[in-house]
Ligand binder design. Sequence first.
Ligand code: DGP
Ligand code: NA
Ligand code: NA
Length: 215
Amino acid sequence: ASQAQPTRRGALIVVEGLDRAGKSSQCEMLRDSLWQKGSPVKYIRFPDRTTPIGKLIDSYLRGSSHQDDHSIHLLFSANRWEVAKSIEDEIASGTTVIVDRYSYSGVVYSAAKANPTLSLEWAWQPEIGLPRPDICLFLSISPEEAAKRGGFGVERYENEPMQTRVRQLFSTVFERQEDVSIIDAGRSITEVALQIQATVSDCIEHMDATAPLRK
Ligand code: DGP
Ligand code: NA
Ligand code: NA
């Protein structure tokens, strides 16, 4: 009788970075390269602006509505929680999921507001229990390189003082975090894409794909 193969789960890959680091293009290129190698793969992004909670977030980011700092923080987190189960299901079924922004953006952007009752520690609490990434790629660009890439957009957070605090807090958070790969995203799109592909292949090769996703 034929023996069922042990099911290999997919990987959870998170891509983080400052605004204009090139995250979205790199996520698309990574998705395409995994797809070409024959792995089932899905690309999602946070915030997911299409859900009811996502619509509140979108309106806040576009400056059309005001929210208390804690309240919007919890909405961003809830926006991840409402998708968490479907991420787990995809991964259990063998699909690799690439996520454009996750809990790290969540804590860093909120803590960057320097609200005295919104510390990094406070900000982490609602993230606890979400599926934990197998790898996080941090796309790092210098402030000089960021400036070369043109002006900021019009959304909330897209200004120099905020981005400077976000950059500092990302370093603080990633110093304490395992499984983070810092990618120099100041190079050409192709060079960055190749490094990302190599890093992800290495991660997928070495992870225990028979063990469930961590929390
Ligand atoms: P994007 O659609 O990737 O450009 O993200 C929109 C903006 O929202 C961007 O400036 C980063 C910020 N952001 C993403 N996730 C979170 C989060 O969980 N909390 C907060 N406060 N900001 C976030
Ligand atoms: Na943005
Ligand atoms: Na993005």
